[in-house]
Ligand binder design. Sequence first.
Ligand code: SF4
Ligand code: SF4
Length: 221
Amino acid sequence: MLGEGIIKGMAETARNFFGSFVSKERLITVEYPEQRIPTFENARVFPFLVYDGADWEAGLRCVACQICEKECPPKCIYIEKSKEKKPDYAGKLQIYPAKFDIDVSVCMSCQICVEVCPFEAIKMNTEFELATDDRFGGLLLDRQKLARSNEYYHSIHPTEAAEVDARLAEEKAKVEAKAKAAAEAAAAKAAAAAQAKPTDTASPKTDTPKSGTPQSGGEGA
Ligand code: SF4
Ligand code: SF4
């Protein structure tokens, strides 16, 4: 029937309006901004950069591989690589983003940057109160404004963050086991090489001159 959807919608609105006087379940609006509905775990607004530890700059997981920059459909990520390296979460030396900006006035919240990042370094934030009268500078977020701790990530996406932590811990354990095996193999190789080498006691030096052999400096005495 033509207009059936409109009638159903109006009926639901009327049920909620009159029902809200007698039932709290029908009171489905809140007085924002004094009252707020908690955001859902799978809500997504704009991306943020995850860091581990207390120092946002040292703890950024991003290694400036620029995959997200290339894959971002509206090209609103701008990255400059560092000249030097710093250890990542697994202790491996990596370059880092000397510059990492996202223009959130262009970002379309597609989450592709999150999906392509191999380092679990960029995730979707749930913050939405970003209104500003500075159309350009105010919405171009640099790496400091984008940085959020792993604890914050856990607070907004607990299930996903726990999965990521488990995955990173597994990868770190693999890297450590590999490094340990390599160190043990190198130590075993060095020990084998030392054993194979002839010792000094096996071939004593003949410092004592044989009888009748002229010694240096003795000639002409
Ligand atoms: S969410 Fe989409 S549009 Fe926004 S920065 Fe990531 S890839 Fe680009
Ligand atoms: S956020 Fe991820 S994909 Fe983007 S540059 Fe950093 S490490 Fe690479």
